[in-house]
Design a protein around this ligand. Structure first.
Ligand SMILES: Nc1ncnc2c1ncn2[C@@H]1O[C@H](COP(=O)(O)OP(=O)(O)OP(=O)(O)O)[C@@H](O)[C@H]1O
Length: 297
């Protein structure tokens, strides 16, 4: 239950008689209860893969199996919940109506749906706005109601396309907590994102795609290692002749910047000199450079 197998997908679009190869043997598996991040530069084939998983478009070759069932069958579709990147809802609907509409698409009994809709509106802090038309919602509120609509039928697998882009810090915490909670209950979560800290925070694994196929699969620890280029060490005092550059932040507060492989020696040195370390902060590589490193092998 909640298992996904994406098997050797190929997809070509035709634009003005020219062929665009969107997928070139895209293959990966998602285990039950896993939070898997889907990362890749623009045009890598993420949206095309998601659309094929949801049977919104068809692959030229290959298959997607949801718990062993072909994703083109309605039986498979029912197990999935989906939140698009820019939800375009019938904006005259209220938040409550939207959830009821989504529930009706999955054939949920009206009374059950009503109860579930109110529960979700409460969880996503939309109770006050429940009877307001969605067109009057802020971007964050639209994303919240979109998330709620995607899980109203208690799907086994949740697919989210850039779920946290444009959310404020409180909204992001809410989404991350919700994703963790669902994963703890055994829901499989697959989401695309460009936001490295979010991915590091919640994903158990990340797959990186480029040119229509997987180029790397990384565990959370591996991605933390890969994205860290060095550290900033915050200390209480300056020590001369250590070969280190102490930058004064204020009285009794200095920072030292170092490369990833220097950290252990520097900490030993500071310990020896009885320097107090207040904090050690990783310096992060930006996404473009990570893609560059991984895709130019
Ligand atoms: N409907 C379409 N018609 C023609 N070409 C398309 C279509 N959809 C996608 N493509 C092309 O297929 C390739 C993969 O696009 P896709 O949208 O799947 O990538 P993506 O990884 O989701 O990109 P982004 O991060 O920009 O959303 C790109 O070259 C894109 O231009």
């Amino acid at each position: 239950m909640g298992k996904v197998k994406v098997n050797n997908l190929f997809k070509t679009y035709k634009v003005k008689g020219k062929k665009v190869n969107a997928l070139n043997g895209m293959s990966f598996e998602i285990e039950q209860g896993e939070i898997l991040g889907f990362l890749g530069p623009n045009g890598a084939g993420k949206s095309t893969t998601i659309k094929i998983m949801l049977d919104l478009i068809r692959a030229d070759k290959g298959e997607v199996l949801i718990d062993g069932i072909d994703s083109r069958l309605p039986e498979a579709r029912k197990r999935l919940g989906f939140m698009p990147e820019n939800p375009q809802y019938f904006d005259t609907l209220t938040g409550f109506d939207l959830l009821m509409f989504s529930a009706s698409m999955y054939g949920i009994d009206k009374d059950v749906a009503k109860k579930r809709a109110w529960e979700l509106l409460e969880e996503f802090e939309l109770k006050e706005a429940a009877k307001r038309p969605v067109r009057k919602y802020s971007k964050g509120m639209i994303q919240r109601v979109g998330f709620a609509a995607a899980i109203i039928h208690n799907p086994e697998i949740l697919i989210l396309d850039e779920p946290m882009s444009g959310l404020d810090p409180i909204g992001r915490v809410l989404f991350k907590n919700k994703m963790r909670e669902l994963s703890d209950k055994g829901v499989t979560i697959f989401f695309s994102s460009h936001i490295i800290p979010d991915i590091e925070d919640i994903c158990s694994r990340v797959i990186i795609v480029n040119k229509g196929k997987v180029v790397k699969s990384l565990t959370r620890t591996e991605i933390k290692y890969l994205t860290t280029t060095g550290f900033t060490i915050i200390v209480n005092k300056e020590v001369p002749n250590l070969g280190l550059k102490f930058i004064k932040l204020q009285e009794g507060l200095y920072e030292i910047k170092c490369a990833k492989d220097e950290i252990v020696n520097i900490i030993d040195l500071l310990k020896e000199k009885k320097v107090i370390i207040f904090d050690i902060l990783p310096t992060k590589k930006d996404l473009e450079n990570i893609f560059l490193d991984l895709t130019t092998y």
